[in-house]
Design a protein around this ligand. Structure first.
Ligand SMILES: Nc1nc2c(c(=O)[nH]1)N[C@H]1C(S)=C(S)[C@@H](COP(=O)(O)OP(=O)(O)OC[C@H]3O[C@@H](n4cnc5c(N)ncnc54)[C@H](O)[C@@H]3O)O[C@H]1N2
Ligand code: MOO
Length: 453
Protein backbone atom coordinates (compact mmCIF):
# COMPACT_ATOMS: atom_id res chain seq x y z
CA UNK A 1 0.00 0.00 0.00
CA UNK A 2 1.23 3.42 -0.85
CA UNK A 3 2.04 5.48 2.26
CA UNK A 4 1.36 8.79 0.48
CA UNK A 5 -1.98 7.75 -0.96
CA UNK A 6 -4.23 8.80 1.85
CA UNK A 7 -2.61 12.02 2.92
CA UNK A 8 -2.07 13.62 -0.46
CA UNK A 9 -4.95 14.95 -2.52
CA UNK A 10 -4.91 13.01 -5.76
CA UNK A 11 -6.64 15.71 -7.79
CA UNK A 12 -4.29 18.54 -6.81
CA UNK A 13 -2.92 20.41 -9.81
CA UNK A 14 0.61 19.72 -10.96
CA UNK A 15 2.55 22.87 -11.50
CA UNK A 16 5.66 21.42 -13.14
CA UNK A 17 5.34 21.80 -16.93
CA UNK A 18 5.79 18.49 -18.76
CA UNK A 19 8.92 18.48 -20.90
CA UNK A 20 7.12 17.16 -23.99
CA UNK A 21 4.18 19.51 -23.60
CA UNK A 22 1.75 16.63 -23.04
CA UNK A 23 -1.28 17.35 -20.85
CA UNK A 24 -1.12 17.25 -17.07
CA UNK A 25 -3.69 15.65 -14.79
CA UNK A 26 -6.83 17.72 -14.87
CA UNK A 27 -6.24 18.90 -18.42
CA UNK A 28 -8.66 17.37 -20.90
CA UNK A 29 -7.21 15.20 -23.64
CA UNK A 30 -5.11 17.32 -25.95
CA UNK A 31 -6.50 18.01 -29.41
CA UNK A 32 -5.86 15.08 -31.73
CA UNK A 33 -2.44 16.38 -32.63
CA UNK A 34 -0.48 13.15 -32.60
CA UNK A 35 -0.71 10.87 -35.61
CA UNK A 36 -0.98 7.11 -35.34
CA UNK A 37 2.46 6.72 -36.92
CA UNK A 38 4.11 9.24 -34.57
CA UNK A 39 2.64 7.62 -31.49
CA UNK A 40 3.55 4.13 -32.69
CA UNK A 41 7.14 5.25 -33.20
CA UNK A 42 7.14 6.63 -29.67
CA UNK A 43 5.78 3.34 -28.30
CA UNK A 44 8.35 1.30 -30.22
CA UNK A 45 11.16 3.45 -28.85
CA UNK A 46 10.07 2.51 -25.31
CA UNK A 47 10.85 -1.18 -25.78
CA UNK A 48 13.84 -3.15 -27.01
CA UNK A 49 14.26 -6.78 -28.08
CA UNK A 50 14.54 -9.17 -25.14
CA UNK A 51 17.78 -11.03 -24.46
CA UNK A 52 18.55 -14.28 -26.32
CA UNK A 53 18.40 -17.82 -24.90
CA UNK A 54 19.11 -21.29 -26.30
CA UNK A 55 15.90 -23.29 -26.59
CA UNK A 56 15.71 -27.03 -27.47
CA UNK A 57 14.15 -27.73 -30.85
CA UNK A 58 11.46 -30.00 -29.39
CA UNK A 59 10.31 -27.15 -27.17
CA UNK A 60 10.22 -24.82 -30.18
CA UNK A 61 8.15 -27.43 -32.03
CA UNK A 62 5.63 -28.10 -29.27
CA UNK A 63 5.44 -25.28 -26.73
CA UNK A 64 3.65 -21.93 -26.97
CA UNK A 65 4.19 -19.43 -28.41
CA UNK A 66 4.32 -21.08 -31.80
CA UNK A 67 6.72 -18.54 -33.26
CA UNK A 68 9.96 -17.32 -31.68
CA UNK A 69 12.52 -15.05 -33.34
CA UNK A 70 16.13 -16.04 -34.04
CA UNK A 71 18.58 -13.85 -32.18
CA UNK A 72 21.62 -14.87 -34.25
CA UNK A 73 22.38 -16.33 -37.66
CA UNK A 74 22.25 -20.13 -37.70
CA UNK A 75 24.77 -22.05 -39.83
CA UNK A 76 24.77 -25.71 -40.72
CA UNK A 77 26.83 -28.15 -38.64
CA UNK A 78 26.36 -30.88 -41.25
CA UNK A 79 26.27 -31.37 -44.99
CA UNK A 80 22.66 -31.85 -46.08
CA UNK A 81 22.19 -34.40 -47.59
CA UNK A 82 24.97 -35.96 -45.56
CA UNK A 83 25.99 -38.25 -48.46
CA UNK A 84 25.09 -38.86 -52.10
CA UNK A 85 21.67 -40.44 -51.65
CA UNK A 86 19.26 -42.25 -53.91
CA UNK A 87 16.13 -40.31 -54.86
CA UNK A 88 14.33 -43.49 -56.00
CA UNK A 89 13.69 -47.11 -55.10
CA UNK A 90 15.57 -48.96 -57.84
CA UNK A 91 19.09 -49.98 -58.87
CA UNK A 92 22.31 -48.00 -58.56
CA UNK A 93 24.73 -48.48 -61.42
CA UNK A 94 27.16 -46.76 -63.78
CA UNK A 95 25.31 -44.51 -66.21
CA UNK A 96 27.89 -45.29 -68.93
CA UNK A 97 26.61 -48.89 -68.92
CA UNK A 98 23.21 -47.70 -70.20
CA UNK A 99 24.32 -45.51 -73.08
CA UNK A 100 23.34 -48.10 -75.72
CA UNK A 101 20.19 -49.42 -73.94
CA UNK A 102 16.93 -49.51 -75.96
CA UNK A 103 13.66 -51.37 -75.44
CA UNK A 104 14.73 -53.75 -78.25
CA UNK A 105 18.23 -54.30 -76.95
CA UNK A 106 18.16 -53.84 -73.18
CA UNK A 107 21.32 -53.89 -71.12
CA UNK A 108 21.63 -56.81 -68.72
CA UNK A 109 23.38 -56.12 -65.41
CA UNK A 110 24.45 -58.40 -62.54
CA UNK A 111 22.89 -57.51 -59.17
CA UNK A 112 25.71 -57.61 -56.63
CA UNK A 113 24.27 -56.08 -53.50
CA UNK A 114 21.40 -54.55 -51.64
CA UNK A 115 21.38 -51.19 -49.82
CA UNK A 116 18.53 -50.23 -47.57
CA UNK A 117 18.30 -46.77 -45.95
CA UNK A 118 20.20 -48.00 -42.89
CA UNK A 119 23.42 -47.02 -41.11
CA UNK A 120 25.16 -50.27 -42.14
CA UNK A 121 24.97 -49.06 -45.73
CA UNK A 122 26.80 -45.79 -45.03
CA UNK A 123 29.87 -44.78 -47.08
CA UNK A 124 32.80 -46.90 -46.00
CA UNK A 125 30.39 -49.60 -44.77
CA UNK A 126 29.66 -52.98 -46.34
CA UNK A 127 28.37 -51.42 -49.57
CA UNK A 128 31.53 -49.52 -50.43
CA UNK A 129 33.39 -51.01 -53.35
CA UNK A 130 30.09 -51.93 -55.04
CA UNK A 131 29.29 -50.58 -58.48
CA UNK A 132 31.85 -51.96 -60.91
CA UNK A 133 31.03 -51.82 -64.66
CA UNK A 134 28.21 -54.19 -65.56
CA UNK A 135 26.97 -54.34 -61.99
CA UNK A 136 23.86 -53.03 -60.28
CA UNK A 137 23.02 -52.63 -56.61
CA UNK A 138 19.45 -52.71 -55.34
CA UNK A 139 18.90 -49.46 -53.49
CA UNK A 140 16.08 -47.74 -51.61
CA UNK A 141 15.19 -44.03 -51.56
CA UNK A 142 17.44 -42.06 -49.21
CA UNK A 143 20.13 -44.76 -49.00
CA UNK A 144 23.79 -43.91 -49.75
CA UNK A 145 24.73 -44.46 -53.37
CA UNK A 146 27.87 -46.67 -53.66
CA UNK A 147 31.01 -44.81 -54.69
CA UNK A 148 31.24 -46.44 -58.10
CA UNK A 149 27.64 -45.61 -59.14
CA UNK A 150 26.32 -42.35 -60.58
CA UNK A 151 22.79 -43.28 -61.64
CA UNK A 152 19.76 -44.85 -59.95
CA UNK A 153 17.25 -46.44 -62.33
CA UNK A 154 13.75 -46.55 -60.81
CA UNK A 155 12.56 -50.13 -60.37
CA UNK A 156 9.61 -49.64 -62.73
CA UNK A 157 12.06 -48.94 -65.58
CA UNK A 158 13.77 -52.28 -65.14
CA UNK A 159 12.71 -55.87 -65.75
CA UNK A 160 11.92 -56.21 -62.03
CA UNK A 161 8.97 -53.75 -62.50
CA UNK A 162 8.27 -53.55 -58.76
CA UNK A 163 9.80 -54.70 -55.51
CA UNK A 164 7.79 -57.29 -53.62
CA UNK A 165 8.43 -57.24 -49.86
CA UNK A 166 10.32 -60.37 -48.81
CA UNK A 167 11.18 -61.41 -52.39
CA UNK A 168 14.84 -62.49 -52.80
CA UNK A 169 17.29 -60.32 -54.66
CA UNK A 170 17.22 -61.05 -58.38
CA UNK A 171 20.52 -62.15 -59.88
CA UNK A 172 20.16 -60.13 -63.10
CA UNK A 173 18.08 -57.27 -64.35
CA UNK A 174 17.44 -55.72 -67.73
CA UNK A 175 17.35 -51.95 -68.25
CA UNK A 176 15.68 -50.66 -71.43
CA UNK A 177 16.88 -47.06 -71.72
CA UNK A 178 19.38 -44.52 -70.30
CA UNK A 179 18.26 -42.85 -67.09
CA UNK A 180 18.48 -39.52 -65.30
CA UNK A 181 20.87 -39.66 -62.32
CA UNK A 182 18.18 -39.66 -59.55
CA UNK A 183 20.91 -38.97 -57.02
CA UNK A 184 20.70 -36.24 -54.39
CA UNK A 185 24.25 -34.93 -54.11
CA UNK A 186 26.01 -34.52 -50.78
CA UNK A 187 25.59 -30.92 -49.46
CA UNK A 188 23.41 -29.88 -52.42
CA UNK A 189 20.94 -28.35 -49.91
CA UNK A 190 23.45 -26.84 -47.45
CA UNK A 191 27.12 -27.53 -46.72
CA UNK A 192 28.79 -27.28 -43.32
CA UNK A 193 28.96 -23.57 -42.46
CA UNK A 194 26.24 -22.46 -44.87
CA UNK A 195 23.54 -20.11 -43.56
CA UNK A 196 20.39 -22.00 -42.60
CA UNK A 197 18.50 -18.93 -41.36
CA UNK A 198 19.40 -15.34 -40.55
CA UNK A 199 18.84 -13.48 -37.28
CA UNK A 200 15.28 -12.17 -37.26
CA UNK A 201 13.75 -15.24 -38.92
CA UNK A 202 10.80 -16.82 -37.12
CA UNK A 203 10.88 -20.40 -35.90
CA UNK A 204 8.40 -21.84 -38.35
CA UNK A 205 7.90 -25.62 -38.43
CA UNK A 206 10.14 -25.58 -41.54
CA UNK A 207 12.95 -23.73 -39.78
CA UNK A 208 12.87 -25.98 -36.71
CA UNK A 209 13.15 -29.08 -38.90
CA UNK A 210 15.87 -27.53 -41.07
CA UNK A 211 17.87 -26.79 -37.91
CA UNK A 212 17.57 -30.42 -36.81
CA UNK A 213 18.72 -31.63 -40.26
CA UNK A 214 21.63 -29.25 -40.02
CA UNK A 215 22.74 -30.92 -36.77
CA UNK A 216 21.44 -28.46 -34.16
CA UNK A 217 19.82 -29.40 -30.84
CA UNK A 218 18.82 -25.88 -29.85
CA UNK A 219 18.29 -22.49 -31.47
CA UNK A 220 19.23 -19.04 -30.14
CA UNK A 221 15.94 -17.16 -29.82
CA UNK A 222 14.78 -14.02 -28.07
CA UNK A 223 13.18 -14.61 -24.69
CA UNK A 224 9.37 -14.59 -24.79
CA UNK A 225 8.25 -11.23 -23.40
CA UNK A 226 6.07 -11.28 -20.30
CA UNK A 227 3.29 -8.74 -20.48
CA UNK A 228 1.13 -7.79 -17.52
CA UNK A 229 -2.44 -6.96 -18.45
CA UNK A 230 -4.86 -5.21 -16.14
CA UNK A 231 -8.17 -3.40 -16.39
CA UNK A 232 -9.00 -0.37 -14.33
CA UNK A 233 -12.53 0.47 -13.26
CA UNK A 234 -14.48 0.27 -10.00
CA UNK A 235 -17.51 -0.78 -12.07
CA UNK A 236 -15.81 -4.02 -13.17
CA UNK A 237 -16.55 -7.44 -11.73
CA UNK A 238 -14.66 -10.65 -12.60
CA UNK A 239 -16.09 -12.57 -15.57
CA UNK A 240 -18.74 -15.08 -14.57
CA UNK A 241 -19.79 -13.02 -11.54
CA UNK A 242 -23.32 -11.56 -11.62
CA UNK A 243 -22.89 -7.77 -11.95
CA UNK A 244 -24.70 -5.60 -9.41
CA UNK A 245 -26.33 -2.27 -10.30
CA UNK A 246 -23.98 -0.19 -12.44
CA UNK A 247 -21.44 -2.99 -12.70
CA UNK A 248 -20.18 -4.80 -15.82
CA UNK A 249 -18.00 -7.87 -16.34
CA UNK A 250 -14.33 -7.16 -16.99
CA UNK A 251 -13.80 -8.39 -20.53
CA UNK A 252 -10.81 -6.26 -21.52
CA UNK A 253 -8.25 -8.09 -19.40
CA UNK A 254 -9.22 -11.31 -21.21
CA UNK A 255 -9.20 -9.60 -24.61
CA UNK A 256 -5.78 -8.04 -24.06
CA UNK A 257 -4.28 -11.15 -22.46
CA UNK A 258 -5.34 -13.31 -25.40
CA UNK A 259 -4.06 -10.68 -27.82
CA UNK A 260 -0.68 -10.73 -26.02
CA UNK A 261 -0.53 -14.48 -26.47
CA UNK A 262 -1.44 -14.15 -30.16
CA UNK A 263 1.29 -11.54 -30.59
CA UNK A 264 3.92 -13.94 -29.22
CA UNK A 265 4.09 -12.88 -25.57
CA UNK A 266 3.23 -14.53 -22.26
CA UNK A 267 0.32 -12.67 -20.69
CA UNK A 268 0.26 -12.13 -16.95
CA UNK A 269 -3.41 -11.31 -16.41
CA UNK A 270 -3.95 -9.28 -13.28
CA UNK A 271 -7.68 -8.66 -13.85
CA UNK A 272 -9.60 -5.62 -12.69
CA UNK A 273 -8.18 -2.98 -10.36
CA UNK A 274 -10.49 -0.42 -8.70
CA UNK A 275 -10.25 3.24 -9.67
CA UNK A 276 -8.09 4.33 -6.76
CA UNK A 277 -4.58 5.59 -7.13
CA UNK A 278 -3.30 3.54 -4.22
CA UNK A 279 -4.77 0.27 -5.56
CA UNK A 280 -3.33 0.85 -9.02
CA UNK A 281 0.09 1.90 -7.70
CA UNK A 282 0.24 -1.21 -5.50
CA UNK A 283 -0.49 -3.48 -8.49
CA UNK A 284 1.99 -1.67 -10.74
CA UNK A 285 4.66 -1.93 -8.04
CA UNK A 286 3.93 -5.65 -7.73
CA UNK A 287 4.13 -6.53 -11.42
CA UNK A 288 6.71 -4.08 -12.77
CA UNK A 289 9.83 -6.02 -11.69
CA UNK A 290 8.55 -9.26 -13.23
CA UNK A 291 7.43 -8.23 -16.70
CA UNK A 292 8.77 -6.59 -19.86
CA UNK A 293 5.66 -4.51 -20.48
CA UNK A 294 2.52 -3.45 -18.60
CA UNK A 295 -0.75 -2.84 -20.46
CA UNK A 296 -3.65 -1.14 -18.72
CA UNK A 297 -7.17 -0.57 -20.01
CA UNK A 298 -9.43 2.34 -19.11
CA UNK A 299 -8.82 5.44 -17.08
CA UNK A 300 -7.01 7.47 -19.72
CA UNK A 301 -9.66 9.93 -20.83
CA UNK A 302 -11.11 13.08 -19.29
CA UNK A 303 -13.17 11.58 -16.46
CA UNK A 304 -12.93 12.55 -12.82
CA UNK A 305 -11.80 9.01 -11.95
CA UNK A 306 -9.34 8.38 -14.75
CA UNK A 307 -6.94 6.58 -12.52
CA UNK A 308 -4.24 5.60 -15.01
CA UNK A 309 -3.86 9.20 -15.98
CA UNK A 310 -3.89 10.29 -12.35
CA UNK A 311 -1.28 7.77 -11.24
CA UNK A 312 1.05 8.53 -14.12
CA UNK A 313 0.86 12.28 -14.28
CA UNK A 314 -0.87 13.36 -11.10
CA UNK A 315 0.94 14.85 -8.16
CA UNK A 316 3.93 12.78 -7.16
CA UNK A 317 3.51 10.44 -10.14
CA UNK A 318 7.21 10.60 -10.72
CA UNK A 319 7.97 10.16 -7.01
CA UNK A 320 5.94 6.96 -7.01
CA UNK A 321 7.57 5.38 -10.02
CA UNK A 322 6.29 6.99 -13.21
CA UNK A 323 8.70 8.39 -15.77
CA UNK A 324 8.70 9.35 -19.45
CA UNK A 325 4.93 9.91 -19.15
CA UNK A 326 3.09 10.79 -22.33
CA UNK A 327 -0.68 11.20 -22.35
CA UNK A 328 -1.86 11.86 -25.86
CA UNK A 329 -4.92 12.28 -27.99
CA UNK A 330 -4.08 10.32 -31.12
CA UNK A 331 -5.77 11.25 -34.39
CA UNK A 332 -7.68 8.02 -34.72
CA UNK A 333 -11.15 6.62 -34.21
CA UNK A 334 -11.65 4.78 -32.00
CA UNK A 335 -8.69 4.78 -29.62
CA UNK A 336 -8.05 8.50 -29.22
CA UNK A 337 -6.81 8.71 -25.60
CA UNK A 338 -3.56 6.81 -25.07
CA UNK A 339 -0.90 6.70 -22.38
CA UNK A 340 2.73 5.67 -22.59
CA UNK A 341 5.20 5.74 -19.71
CA UNK A 342 7.56 3.71 -17.61
CA UNK A 343 6.66 2.43 -14.17
CA UNK A 344 9.83 1.89 -12.15
CA UNK A 345 11.60 1.52 -15.49
CA UNK A 346 9.16 -1.01 -17.01
CA UNK A 347 7.39 0.25 -20.16
CA UNK A 348 3.67 0.85 -19.67
CA UNK A 349 0.99 1.38 -22.31
CA UNK A 350 -2.47 2.55 -21.33
CA UNK A 351 -5.29 1.92 -23.82
CA UNK A 352 -8.85 3.26 -23.57
CA UNK A 353 -11.50 1.21 -21.80
CA UNK A 354 -14.09 0.93 -24.56
CA UNK A 355 -13.55 -2.66 -25.73
CA UNK A 356 -13.35 -1.86 -29.45
CA UNK A 357 -10.98 1.02 -28.69
CA UNK A 358 -8.91 -1.33 -26.54
CA UNK A 359 -8.71 -3.89 -29.35
CA UNK A 360 -7.84 -1.35 -32.02
CA UNK A 361 -5.23 0.23 -29.75
CA UNK A 362 -3.73 -3.19 -29.14
CA UNK A 363 -3.46 -3.83 -32.86
CA UNK A 364 -2.09 -0.38 -33.64
CA UNK A 365 0.40 0.06 -30.76
CA UNK A 366 0.66 -2.78 -28.26
CA UNK A 367 1.06 -5.61 -30.73
CA UNK A 368 4.00 -3.93 -32.48
CA UNK A 369 5.58 -3.34 -29.04
CA UNK A 370 5.16 -7.01 -28.07
CA UNK A 371 6.58 -8.08 -31.42
CA UNK A 372 9.57 -5.79 -30.98
CA UNK A 373 10.18 -7.22 -27.49
CA UNK A 374 9.95 -10.70 -29.01
CA UNK A 375 12.71 -9.72 -31.43
CA UNK A 376 10.82 -9.22 -34.70
CA UNK A 377 12.93 -6.98 -36.94
CA UNK A 378 9.76 -5.60 -38.53
CA UNK A 379 7.32 -5.32 -35.63
CA UNK A 380 4.72 -3.39 -37.62
CA UNK A 381 2.89 -5.80 -39.86
CA UNK A 382 2.03 -4.65 -43.38
CA UNK A 383 -1.57 -3.83 -44.21
CA UNK A 384 -3.32 -5.85 -46.90
CA UNK A 385 -5.19 -4.27 -49.83
CA UNK A 386 -8.86 -5.09 -50.34
CA UNK A 387 -11.71 -3.48 -52.27
CA UNK A 388 -14.63 -1.78 -50.53
CA UNK A 389 -17.74 -3.76 -51.49
CA UNK A 390 -19.89 -0.97 -49.99
CA UNK A 391 -19.11 2.62 -49.18
CA UNK A 392 -18.91 4.16 -45.71
CA UNK A 393 -18.07 7.47 -44.03
CA UNK A 394 -14.88 8.16 -42.13
CA UNK A 395 -14.21 10.97 -39.59
CA UNK A 396 -12.33 13.96 -40.95
CA UNK A 397 -8.82 14.38 -39.58
CA UNK A 398 -8.74 11.02 -37.79
CA UNK A 399 -7.46 7.68 -39.00
CA UNK A 400 -10.42 5.33 -38.93
CA UNK A 401 -10.17 1.74 -37.71
CA UNK A 402 -13.40 0.07 -38.81
CA UNK A 403 -14.32 -3.59 -38.23
CA UNK A 404 -15.08 -5.14 -41.64
CA UNK A 405 -15.98 -8.57 -42.93
CA UNK A 406 -14.61 -10.22 -46.05
CA UNK A 407 -16.93 -10.26 -49.06
CA UNK A 408 -16.17 -12.44 -52.09
CA UNK A 409 -12.60 -12.94 -53.24
CA UNK A 410 -11.12 -9.56 -52.35
CA UNK A 411 -13.90 -7.32 -50.96
CA UNK A 412 -14.66 -5.94 -47.51
CA UNK A 413 -17.78 -4.38 -46.04
CA UNK A 414 -18.49 -2.84 -42.62
CA UNK A 415 -19.73 -5.44 -40.15
CA UNK A 416 -22.93 -3.47 -39.84
CA UNK A 417 -24.49 -1.34 -37.18
CA UNK A 418 -22.72 -1.12 -33.86
CA UNK A 419 -19.15 -1.23 -35.13
CA UNK A 420 -18.21 0.32 -31.80
CA UNK A 421 -19.61 -2.67 -29.87
CA UNK A 422 -17.50 -5.63 -28.90
CA UNK A 423 -19.95 -8.09 -30.46
CA UNK A 424 -19.18 -6.49 -33.85
CA UNK A 425 -15.57 -7.55 -33.43
CA UNK A 426 -16.60 -11.18 -33.28
CA UNK A 427 -18.12 -10.77 -36.74
CA UNK A 428 -15.11 -8.98 -38.20
CA UNK A 429 -12.45 -10.56 -40.40
CA UNK A 430 -10.30 -7.45 -40.50
CA UNK A 431 -10.02 -3.83 -39.40
CA UNK A 432 -10.08 -1.33 -42.28
CA UNK A 433 -7.55 1.47 -41.75
CA UNK A 434 -8.69 4.66 -43.51
CA UNK A 435 -6.29 7.64 -43.69
CA UNK A 436 -7.22 10.86 -41.82
CA UNK A 437 -7.75 12.89 -44.99
CA UNK A 438 -10.38 10.49 -46.38
CA UNK A 439 -13.94 11.39 -45.38
CA UNK A 440 -15.76 8.74 -47.37
CA UNK A 441 -14.78 5.41 -48.86
CA UNK A 442 -16.60 4.72 -52.12
CA UNK A 443 -17.69 1.30 -53.37
CA UNK A 444 -14.93 -0.21 -55.51
CA UNK A 445 -12.15 1.83 -53.89
CA UNK A 446 -9.04 0.11 -52.60
CA UNK A 447 -8.79 0.07 -48.80
CA UNK A 448 -6.03 -1.24 -46.60
CA UNK A 449 -6.90 -3.62 -43.78
CA UNK A 450 -5.32 -5.33 -40.76
CA UNK A 451 -6.35 -8.94 -41.07
CA UNK A 452 -7.65 -10.58 -37.89
CA UNK A 453 -5.98 -13.97 -37.84
N1 LIG B 1 -15.08 14.52 -21.90
C1 LIG B 1 -14.54 13.53 -22.62
N2 LIG B 1 -14.96 12.29 -22.40
C2 LIG B 1 -14.44 11.29 -23.12
C3 LIG B 1 -13.48 11.56 -24.10
C4 LIG B 1 -13.08 12.87 -24.31
O1 LIG B 1 -12.23 13.17 -25.18
N3 LIG B 1 -13.63 13.84 -23.54
N4 LIG B 1 -13.01 10.51 -24.84
C5 LIG B 1 -13.89 9.38 -25.01
C6 LIG B 1 -13.21 8.30 -25.65
S1 LIG B 1 -12.83 8.54 -27.26
C7 LIG B 1 -12.98 7.12 -25.03
S2 LIG B 1 -12.32 5.80 -25.91
C8 LIG B 1 -13.28 6.88 -23.64
C9 LIG B 1 -12.06 6.26 -22.96
O2 LIG B 1 -12.24 6.28 -21.63
P1 LIG B 1 -11.28 5.55 -20.62
O3 LIG B 1 -10.12 4.97 -21.25
O4 LIG B 1 -11.03 6.50 -19.54
O5 LIG B 1 -12.13 4.31 -20.20
P2 LIG B 1 -13.20 4.14 -19.06
O6 LIG B 1 -13.92 5.42 -18.87
O7 LIG B 1 -12.55 3.52 -17.93
O8 LIG B 1 -14.17 3.14 -19.79
C10 LIG B 1 -14.87 3.45 -20.94
C11 LIG B 1 -15.96 2.43 -21.13
O9 LIG B 1 -15.37 1.19 -21.51
C12 LIG B 1 -15.97 0.10 -20.86
N5 LIG B 1 -14.94 -0.65 -20.15
C13 LIG B 1 -13.91 -0.12 -19.46
N6 LIG B 1 -13.13 -1.09 -18.98
C14 LIG B 1 -13.66 -2.26 -19.36
C15 LIG B 1 -13.31 -3.60 -19.16
N7 LIG B 1 -12.21 -3.94 -18.50
N8 LIG B 1 -14.06 -4.58 -19.69
C16 LIG B 1 -15.16 -4.24 -20.40
N9 LIG B 1 -15.55 -2.96 -20.65
C17 LIG B 1 -14.82 -1.99 -20.12
C18 LIG B 1 -16.98 0.62 -19.94
O10 LIG B 1 -18.24 0.46 -20.52
C19 LIG B 1 -16.65 2.08 -19.82
O11 LIG B 1 -17.83 2.83 -19.68
O12 LIG B 1 -13.60 8.08 -22.99
C20 LIG B 1 -14.53 8.91 -23.71
N10 LIG B 1 -14.87 10.02 -22.88
O1 MOO C 1 -11.41 7.07 -29.28
MO1 MOO C 1 -12.59 6.45 -28.27
O2 MOO C 1 -11.41 5.29 -28.28
O3 MOO C 1 -13.52 6.75 -29.69
O4 MOO C 1 -13.74 5.25 -28.47
Amino acid sequence: MDPHALDQPSQAPVDRPRPDGSPRAGDGPAPAGTTVDEYRDHVLALVSPSSPEQVPLDELATAAPARRVLAHDVRSLLDVPRFDASAMDGYALRGADLSAATPDSPVTLRVVGDIAAAPSAAPGGPSSGLGAPGEAVRIMTGAPVPDGCDVVVPVERTSTRRFVPGAPLEERIEVYEPSRPNVRRRAEDVAVGDLVAAAGATTTPRLVSAAASAGHATLPVHRVPRVAVLSTGSELVPFGTAPGPGQIPDSNSLLLAACVRDAGGVPVRVGAVPDTAEALRAVLDDVAPHVDLIVTSGGVSAGAFDVVKEVLSGPYGEDHGASEVRLVAVGMQPGKPQAAARWRGTPLLGVPGNPVSAYVSFRAFVRPAVRRLAGHPEPVEPLVERVAAEGWRSPAGRQQFLPVRFVGADGVAPVGPGAHHVSALTRADAIAVVPPEVEAVGPGEVVRVMVIA
